[in-house]
Write a protein that binds this ligand. Sequence first.
Ligand code: URA
Length: 184
Amino acid sequence: MFETWEELEASIIGCKKCKLCNNRNNIVFGTGNKNARIMFIGEGPGADEDKEGIPFVGKAGKLMNMAFDGIGINREEVYIANIVKCRPPSNRNPEDDEAAICLDYLRNQVRLVKPKIIVLLGSVALKNILGKEYGITATRGKWIEKKGILYMPTWHPAALLRDDSKKIEFWQDLKQVVKRDREF
Ligand code: URA
């Protein structure tokens, strides 16, 4: 574990710990407020994120930004990262070994940000952070507390692009997050 952002960021430059390094253009480390109370964790970069080196800048990210705007979440005030920092080929899910290796970086990011709330975007984030026994359909919208952090699992924004009915639930889940944050 690194105690500073400088050390952590330096440690990931040129990372070759897993095979995802072979096809990447950019490592997508994370973005936002490094002292955020709320952190969002997605799955892994897509083509747009790989090109820009910033999480959630593609279609799914734009939808998430619209929800943020509507609900009153300022993207600059929260911290956003992914389970894996490099794009899986053809946007497949990260494999277990890739996620396991990359999780060290994410855990270090969480340690440094010290968020009160972590929003888990979709099944990959949920299972890798809280455990394989959790399913997104049963768990979304429900608070889970672990080691002093409140977790809110919700749909991945890309799922909203495929299924309109999930938009309302996503919106409701984020509303709960904002409400809880205001109570701190
Ligand atoms: N999907 C993710 O899970 N993360 C991103 O950064 C972009 C799309």
